[in-house]
Design a protein around this ligand. Structure first.
Ligand code: CA
Length: 517
């Protein structure tokens, strides 16, 4: 092939992908002038690392989320919403652009989002929406497409839990208090200022419950004296899997640090030793708070420390979402406003012995997704079709009666929200994770998930395949890649994987162009 630099290569691929999308029957003509007067307001609520298994509307065995449940009861719950690359900044870039990581350019957390590209807030703003993003942004570049932004900028954009530093339209300001409360206060303040003759789109984005899971005072003692049940795969031995599952650095047992576990260092430690002490656990060094605590009891103790703080952070999100929903009721905005609740990806809550995300296994692939819009969505409905973070932009643009940009790769799921699934709705999804070497040492992989199966290819670092039959093995403990009974299934899945890679314009050449850049 001709030698192209990465930008030229991306342009070429993006052009090819756009051509394929426009010929694949996706909705590109969405403007219906009669609907413009009725355009809904949009509140897009996103948490950071909130797994569906920690929401009672998703059947949580470990916590209650009454206000999120309220959204589920009044709207639609999606059982199979997945992300295309299970990590923070990449998922956010996919949501804004409606394009895969290899097209929008943010393949990992280290890259800066190119804010000159098309996004759904820009299109909404151009169509007359009042737009704002408040809270976590985490894309390194300045937000574009927003009339107002107020984003966390401390700790490289991760933000702080207490007295966080914000950039308010470019002006740095620290606010005293707890981050989840502050972000909600700022959102309510902005909402109260909006003029009623124009619709609004607010992205209300929490830092919580991201590591290091620091709860506020109100919830600090929640779950004290209670043992949170461990998941059934807590002691997974990865026996049938590739080395990728064995060689990660995200186990409850070895990789939670003393600061994750809120254990204070001995006061007398000098500077350098103190820094070493703080880092303990990051690469798996054995660490215990007591000489008497070893083995399985130590792992169980670490899980309780971790999961309780994680759930305490979620309790604060739930309270604050309740405050926002109350405001919409009081202001008479409930009927005319689409409210979405989601998270940038899922998370491991001790499943397979892990915390964190990245792998294509179910717990981190799945995003919680609740959508309430009383004008079109039946209260208490549940949808099991495959939808993706890639679809959020086209869906919101569809509701706003704005044509999506032709090269967006997702598809509006408005019909699903109305209760009918189009016959040609997708029955498979494509996934690609890139960040290695990196935090938690999860090897690069791509794969396909259908309603029943999942095929994963770890490439580049190791060449290994895994195949799971999700009907028989929902916890993905039994890799059947080499099982002859699955020979024809495997052939079909490999064909489907190649078809999806072609459809979305992904290829080995493109991956190499990124990785060698
Ligand atoms: Ca995240």
């Amino acid at each position: 092939m001709v030698n192209l630099n990465r930008r030229e290569f991306l342009n070429l691929v993006a052009g090819g992908a756009a051509a394929m999308i426009s010929s694949s029957g996706c909705d590109t003509e969405l403007v219906r002038s009669g609907d413009i007067a009725k355009r809904p307001n949009i509140i897009f609520i996103m948490a950071d690392d909130h797994a569906a298994q920690a929401m009672s509307c998703y059947g949580s065995k470990i916590n209650r989320t009454p206000n999120l449940d309220r959204l589920a009861k009044q709207g639609m719950l999606f059982e199979n919403c997945f992300c295309t690359n299970s990590i923070c900044a990449p998922s956010r870039a996919v949501i804004l652009t409606g394009k895969y990581s290899h097209i929008n350019g943010v393949i990992n957390n280290k890259l800066t989002f190119d804010g000159t590209q098309q996004t759904f807030p820009k299109l909404l703003q151009k169509a007359g929406y009042q737009t704002a993003v408040i809270g976590k942004w985490h894309l390194r570049s300045e937000p574009t497409g927003f009339d107002h932004y107020d984003i966390l900028i401390g700790s490289w954009g991760q933000g702080e839990y207490f007295d966080p530093l914000f950039s308010i339209n470019g002006q740095e300001r620290r606010t005293t208090g707890y981050v989840t409360d502050i972000i909600t206060d700022k959102c309510l303040e902005w909402l109260k200022k909006q003029k009623s003759d124009k619709p609004f789109c607010l992205m209300y984005q929490h830092k919580a419950p991201h590591r290091a899971w620091e709860p506020d005072e109100r919830h600090a003692k929640m779950y004290d004296g209670i043992d949170i049940p461990e998941p059934t795969t807590f002691n997974d031995d990865y026996e049938t899997r590739s080395d990728a599952a064995r060689q990660q650095e995200m186990t409850i047992e070895h990789h939670l640090t003393p600061s994750d576990l809120k254990v204070k260092p001995p006061e007398e430690l000098p500077g350098e030793e103190r820094r070493d002490w703080d880092k303990k656990g990051i690469h798996g060094e054995y660490w215990s708070p007591s000489v008497n605590l070893w083995g399985q009891p130590l792992k169980k103790w670490k899980y309780q420390q971790y999961i309780k703080d994680y759930l305490r952070c979620i309790a604060s999100i739930d309270d604050n979402v309740g405050r926002l929903l109350d405001y919409l009721d009081q202001a008479g905005l409930t009927e005319s406003t689409i409210v979405i609740y989601t998270s940038d990806q899922g998370f491991y809550l001790g499943e397979h012995g892990w915390f964190d995300k990245r792998f294509m296994y179910e717990e981190s692939l799945r995003m919680p997704l609740l959508v309430r819009y009383p004008r079109e969505i039946k209260a208490g409905s549940v949808n099991g079709d495959i939808v993706l973070n890639l679809d959020f932009a086209p869906t919101l643009l569809d509701f706003a009666s704005v044509a999506n940009s032709a090269d967006m790769q997702g598809r509006s799921f408005r019909k699903l929200l109305q209760g009918s699934t189009p016959e040609n709705w997708r029955t498979s999804m494509y996934y690609h994770y890139y960040e290695y070497p990196g935090w938690h040492a999860v090897k690069r992989h791509y794969g396909v998930r259908t309603n029943r199966y999942k095929l994963i290819h770890f490439y580049y670092d190791i060449d290994a395949w895994e195949l799971y039959d999700l009907h028989k093995d929902p916890n993905e403990l039994n890799n059947v890649y080499d099982n002859p009974a699955y020979k024809s299934v495997l052939r079909q899945l490999k064909d489907e994987l190649n078809r999806l890679r072609r459809q979305y314009g992904d290829s080995d050449e493109l991956t190499r162009a990124f990785l060698e850049d």
